[in-house]
Design a protein around this ligand. Structure first.
Ligand SMILES: C[S@@+](CC[C@H](N)C(=O)[O-])C[C@H]1O[C@@H](n2cnc3c(N)ncnc32)[C@H](O)[C@@H]1O
Length: 277
């Protein structure tokens, strides 16, 4: 069989669910991951002697709406590849923007940084690798997530201390921090109907949802606890629900943070908040 034939047959099957562009990029992603076929090999239309059963299964999983990152077990983040599994959220572009802002605004060396709700570890690992000499901590309530975060740190050569912590009921066990960052659960259950099925059916609800009657629970709790462990002048960074930009900003000011700024993501949505102790 020729590579272009496989590519076309995969794309045709995926188009009804994903549309043409997405179907083609998913097909290429699968061919690259399972067969090592790149775009240039499609142009040359190389011969493929063997199609592994796993590749057929991967196509089936895509047709069932499973995110490709859970199928290949990998997701790109800030120029690196992170392992992912269904216990962790797939790292998002908006979170790359949050990390980029932190790196851009904090050029000093040896910063002490804590990430709350660390998931795959994409935030603390990237910050540890990008900010010279930084001492970085990552906490999460999920032990399975922490295991994967540690694995990612080992694979990428980052030194991050991971620890299990329920931020809603426990105090932060680290002191003198320069930066606290968090992308906590922020989707209201009432927003479920607006979400894609592949997110809803496959990504961990523990990472996504917060109760409608108190959608800012994590922000209020984290801001209060972060205030106690940040150095004077230390910064708190949040990824936020775009529907609550102003409310979350006010919440940070009410907790005593100053110079609180709201940043928009590349799509023009209120997405990042930063304030100073
Ligand atoms: C939106 S995900 C963010 C994951 C990762 N930081 C990222 O940006 O891709 C939120 C994370 O918070 C964790 N989490 C949920 N409730 C928590 C709690 N009470 N204490 C600590 N972490 C919690 C979830 O397990 C999940 O990993």
């Amino acid at each position: 069989m020729r590579s272009r034939e496989i590519f076309t047959s995969f794309s045709e099957k995926l188009i009804p669910l994903y549309g043409k562009n997405e179907a083609e990029s998913l097909s290429l992603w699968l061919l690259e991951d399972f067969l090592g076929i790149r775009r240039k090999d499609l142009l040359e239309n190389i011969e493929v002697v063997f199609i592994p059963e796993e590749l057929e299964k991967a196509l089936e999983a895509l047709l069932e709406g499973k995110p490709i990152q859970y199928i290949t077990g990998k997701a790109p983040f800030y120029g690196r590849e992170f392992e992912v599994n269904p216990a962790v959220l797939i790292p998002r572009n908006e979170t790359e923007e949050l990390v980029h802002l932190i790196i851009k605004e904090n050029k000093k060396v040896s910063l002490r940084i804590l990430d709350i709700g660390t998931g795959s570890g994409c935030i603390p690992i990237t910050l540890q690798l990008e900010i010279l000499g930084s001492k970085v901590y990552g906490v999460d309530i999920s032990e399975t997530a922490l295991e994967l975060a540690q694995k990612n740190a080992d694979l990428l050569g980052a030194f991050v201390t991971f620890q299990k912590l329920d931020i809603l009921t426990e105090e932060i066990p680290f002191q003198d921090l320069d930066i606290v960052v968090s992308n906590p659960p922020y989707v209201r259950h009432s927003e479920k109907s607006l979400m894609h099925r592949n997110v809803l059916d496959h990504e961990p609800h523990l990472a996504l949802f917060v109760y409608d009657d108190d959608p800012l629970l994590f922000y209020r709790t984290i801001a209060g606890k972060a205030k106690k462990v940040l150095k004077p002048g230390g910064k708190l960074y949040f990824e936020i629900n775009e529907a609550f930009g102003e409310e979350t900003l006010k919440l940070m000011e009410d907790q005593g943070f100053t110079q609180v700024e709201l940043h928009k993501d590349l799509n023009g949505r209120n997405r990042i908040l930063v304030g100073r102790k």
